[in-house]
Design a protein around this ligand. Sequence first.
Ligand code: SAH
Length: 203
Amino acid sequence: MDENERLVAYLKANGSIRRKDVERAFLDLPRHLFVPKDLQKEAYEDHPLPIGWGATISQPSIVASMTELLEPKKTDVILEVGTGSGWQAGIISRLVKQVYSIDIVPQLVEQAKENLKKTGIRNVEIKVGQGSNGWPEKAPFGGIIVTAAVPVIFETWVEQLKEGGRLLAPVGWPMQTMILGIKRGGKLEKKELYGCMFVPLQT
Ligand code: SAH
């Protein structure tokens, strides 16, 4: 068993990975490819790592759990806010038709594009922008995943979400509660899931 296989076995054992296709995505996209060289030896531990410009690559169990909670389908178009390393976007891209991802830091967008290119992924489009505006030209989305801490769930995102679509966002500061929202009758029905810590969404 290599290090990535061991990580996947651990994520299955703790319940973060349930779906076979999510397991496959993790095996196909080894995390060390999304981590700076000097930290690659830590890539298979279950904690976040700094990737520069104040950003972190999320902890594997959070990436797995957010991916599962999004309930991605092959026909979905998904929006991610907070591209970072591109790893979360890459994992989701294996399960859906298209991922659009936004980051506010141009250098991170360049780095994420490089990382995804190395892994042969073509269905992730990334742009530099203010994530709170969403990506109106590409809406509506079957799901929206926010990977930076926000004070509230912005109405723009709810507008850009399809009816029945799912939204995940860590809300609060300095600690967050992971919120799962499902759009029903034009409104977001929200559920509080678990405590977590993300870097803040810059305004
Ligand atoms: N999903 C990433 C981790 C994201 S860390 C991964 O898999 O590696 C949070 C990211 O949100 C950082 O890269 C940060 O630059 C970005 N960010 C912060 N404020 C933002 C904003 N207002 N709009 C878009 N992205 C933002």
